[in-house]
Design a protein around this ligand. Sequence first.
Ligand code: ZN
Length: 304
Amino acid sequence: MLFLGGFGRSGTTLVERLLGELPSVCALGEVVHLWQRDILDDERCGCGVRFSACPFWRPVGELAFGGWANVDVARVHALRAAVERTRHIPRLAAAQQATDEVREYAGYYARVYAAAAEVSGARVVIDSSKHSALAHVLRWADDIDLRVVHVVRDARGVAYSWTKTVARPETDGADEMTRYSPGRSAMLWNAHNAAFGLLARRGVAVHRIRYEQFLADPRAAVRALSAYAEISVRDSDLDFLGPEHADLTVGHSAAGNPMRFFVGRLPLRRDDAWVRALPNGQRRLVGAVCAPLLRAYGYPRKEA
Ligand SMILES: [Zn+2]
């Protein structure tokens, strides 16, 4: 199980979409939102149809729970509130063994992953839930070979992205994605990224990639991640990737960034709009708040 982690707007959806094109990989989207948005709200799968009508997710639910109707979503939400909060990370990281609640909550995810692997026939399933607290919970899941890909992106680019408005197409335009001020985004960037460092120190496999580097050479990056996930990749498996584009087919991402719906030729280029568009004061603020980790991740003090 490959967990794509990082702070929001760091590029996890694109990384997931590219890995999802590999033959032995099944990309599930942000499973953390499946309970509410899919089981209860019946939002659209990445394939475009409602969750309840999706030919992939229906058998997954049958296999995992005897049907999605059997999932006690209120229980999942209660467990999530009890164990999977960012403020719980120090306690989760320090724990020598899991509480019953942590094990029960992790168990719901483990059943989804196992069923998805069986239905798809894939060797590797990807959950791009991002949340560091969930990654800390999943280290206690039974029968999961958990490998984390920690995706980092320059905090100033992330901050700029959070100031922009993005509609959520799965709700037919009724809803917009969250927005954060640059100051708030910088604080969260620090906390979420640091949490993955903590996870690595607990012995979980954590492989960090820089989104900007990933885009600079997507073929090499996908190859490197395949090696990390122990997937063998032939040259022809990478035919969907050009130097500056990816040809994406339909996927069954359960939830996440609107890019999960994209099918066709997607241009791959660095989005450096923030260099021009993020006001100087905000850029300096974010650069200062995030300076230690930006340096640790190899980002230049001045923007690239
Ligand atoms: Zn689907």
